[in-house]
Design a protein. Structure first.
Lengths: 212, 419
């Protein structure tokens, strides 16, 4: 019988075919889909995050690992939905209005998905109102805002303002992107700053109060 | 001392006044809105500014503005643009931010209901748009047009459509350009395109009507690791065409130019690199070496490598691949401390950039903060030459003109004090 550790290793290695095969074999052996996610996939993506943060791997390796995970989730998600299993936390993410860049945003979304969160990805060039609507609709624990451009940093401030004015007390706001700094995050009233995809999971977990 | 002599001294690592570049390349330029603001500030005759680089919406720095800024470099620009049309047949166009500019005849756009602007490859509005400027944006981004990928039947030729030998029109353009620039006393910076390998800005091929092969950004990054043979075949073909074009170009340009831009491929992120040193050395370096070696064997030109981000771990490899100049020297990225860079690499590489942070200080700081940072950078990078002052990448839209002027004045005062 395949082991969950094998699946973890396959995801961390970005081996798409093995990841899909092992996922199916674990399912066939009767392992619960939720267990496969939590004990197989999440640790694999966690390894990826750590290696990325330590400069042992780079963007291509992360993309390849995330694609492997995505393939596994394609098998698992319908089963999780049928069983009524929903992740405890939902996060909303997008690139702010005026900005079309999405590599960084996509990497964070993948890492958050890989951490077991439900991820609502709004894409790029997202207006403040759309962030608000999604945060309300999904009762988001975290809203992640991305910006690559100096010219769109003001749009980030606007989203924070709109979310604060709507009084979403549960929702924490995390910002990131090449020109963004912790000082800017504080200045605009965000709750957190993620320097890169490697640290984004830890930042979100901390804001959600997850200590394990 | 002429501007050209200033630049040559710097390139030869000789002490002297710090030369300045504002606008000689698409990597060292100014957004067209900044060009207009500067013309107004210096009281230069008002007229619609030419958008010579339509992707990033860079404005032409004309001779009168170059003189006001004290720029020591001038670009010998190619005929084509990022969207595959020629820079000719200028006409007026009103930008989404309300500025009237001049754009080439084939700069054809369509505005969506929400105010987003789309631009078309080669000016052909019958094919899908290849560039997108959001309603509140100031420049275009490439629209990824990715056909379904058949991983088992990838054909490297599909990713080589853009690498072609110089056309008769391009040869005529270069002849006319260098004839016109005879007697120029600034350093001339040029580039022929097709010499940069795997530049992610070029992968989506905004200049092609129906790009084939791998054009999606994430797919490209993944194929670098998953199928390096595919990439080697592209780079091999590309480098052979580039060498042929360099031979043609060298016969026309001769020693008229001082610097040739080779590559804009970004190998750095804000905090890390896009690949390991090993991957760079295995996958990219052999082809850069071909290009740079040919140039050094046949010309007097210095080779210019642009890469944003935290590239310090890669600088030795860039030098081993034959690059002479590093741009934009992103000091705000991890490990890119100006004093440390100068100490470690200053005698082997020319830093072309690093003058001021365009992510924070220049757009959002005060003129006093700009002055302080510019002075720090001048002191760090200028000793013993090997430094051409430029902002860290292009000056972005919405940068206050008083900050740009503070930067220009600080460099001028520094040079004056050292004279």
């Amino acid at each position: 019988m395949p082991q969950l550790a094998d699946l973890t290793a396959a995801v961390a290695a970005g081996n798409r075919k093995d990841t899909a095969r092992l996922t199916q074999e674990l399912l066939d052996a009767g392992v619960e889909p939720q267990v496969i996610v939590e004990k197989g996939l999440v640790p694999g993506m966690s390894i990826i995050g750590e290696k990325f943060a330590a400069n042992e791997i780079f963007v291509p390796e992360m993309l390849i690992a995330a694609r492997s995970m995505k393939g596994a989730l394609a098998l698992l998600e319908p089963l999780l939905a049928d069983a009524g299993v929903k992740p405890e936390h939902t996060v909303v993410i997008g690139t702010v209005q005026g900005d079309l860049h999405d590599i960084g945003k996509n990497l964070i979304a993948m890492m958050w998905k890989g951490a077991g969160f439900e991820v609502i990805d709004l894409g790029t060039n997202v207006p403040a109102e759309k962030f608000l609507a999604a945060a309300q609709e999904h009762n988001a624990s975290v809203v992640g805002l991305s910006s690559l451009l100096t010219t769109t940093m003001p749009a980030m401030r606007e989203v924070v303002k709109v979310l604060r004015e709507a009084g979403l007390t549960k929702t924490k706001i995390v910002v990131g992107g090449a020109p963004i700094t912790p000082t800017f995050a504080t200045e605009i009233g965000a709750d957190g700053y993620a320097a890169d995809a490697g640290s984004a999971v830890a930042v979100a977990r901390e804001l959600m109060g997850i200590t394990a | 001392m002429t501007s050209r002599e200033k630049v040559r001294r710097a390139l030869n690592h000789e002490a002297g006044p710090v030369p300045v570049d504002f606008g000689s390349t698409g990597l060292t330029g100014l957004h067209v809105s900044c060009v207009a603001a500067l013309r107004d500030h210096y009281g230069l005759p008002p007229h619609p500014e030419k958008v010579w680089e339509p992707f990033q919406m860079l404005g032409e720095v004309e001779d009168d503005l170059a003189a006001a800024l004290g720029s020591d470099c001038v670009g010998a620009m190619g005929r084509g643009t990022m969207f595959g049309f020629a820079n000719e047949g200028w006409r007026e166009w009103k930008t989404p931010w309300g500025q009237v500019v001049l754009v080439p005849a084939d700069f054809r756009t369509r505005e969506a209901e929400n105010g987003d602007v789309f631009i078309f490859p080669q000016g052909d509005t019958s094919v899908p748009a290849s560039g997108h400027m959001p309603a509140k944006g100031y420049f275009f981004d490439a629209v990824v047009r990715q056909e379904p990928i058949d991983e088992d039947n990838l054909n490297p030729a599909d990713n080589c459509e853009e690498f072609t030998v110089m056309t008769a029109e391009e040869i005529t353009h270069w002849r006319e350009t260098f004839a016109r620039m005879q007697g120029e006393n600034r350093a001339i910076v040029s580039g022929i395109g097709g010499t940069g390998f795997g530049d992610i800005a070029l992968v989506p091929a905004a200049f092609l009507k129906h790009p084939k092969g791998i054009r999606d950004i994430a797919e490209w990054y993944m194929v670098l690791l998953e199928d390096p043979d595919y990439v080697h075949q592209i780079f091999d073909y590309q480098s052979k065409v580039a060498l042929q074009n360099l031979e043609t170009f060298a016969a026309i340009a001769g020693d008229a130019i001082d610097v040739i831009t080779i590559c804009g491929t970004d190998f750095g992120t804000q905090t890390s690199q896009f690949c390991s040193v090993q991957t760079f050395n295995d996958l990219y370096a052999p082809y850069y070496r071909r290009i740079n070696d040919w140039i050094h064997e046949h010309t007097t030109w210095r080779t210019f490598k642009h890469s944003c981000g935290a590239v310090r771990p890669l600088i030795d490899s860039f030098l081993a691949a034959g690059f002479d100049i590093l741009n934009p020297v992103q000091c705000s990225a991890t490990g890119m401390d100006p004093n440390e860079l100068k100490a470690e690499f200053g005698d082997r590489v020319v830093f072309w950039g690093g003058g001021v942070d365009t992510q924070k200080t220049l757009p959002f700081g005060s003129p006093a903060a700009v002055r302080t940072e510019v002075l720090e950078r001048l002191k760090a990078f200028s000793p013993g030459g090997g430094f051409v002052f430029n902002t860290i990448h292009n000056t972005q839209a919405r940068t206050p003109v008083e900050n740009i002027v503070a930067m220009v004045d600080t460099v001028r005062e520094f040079n004056h004090a050292g004279a």
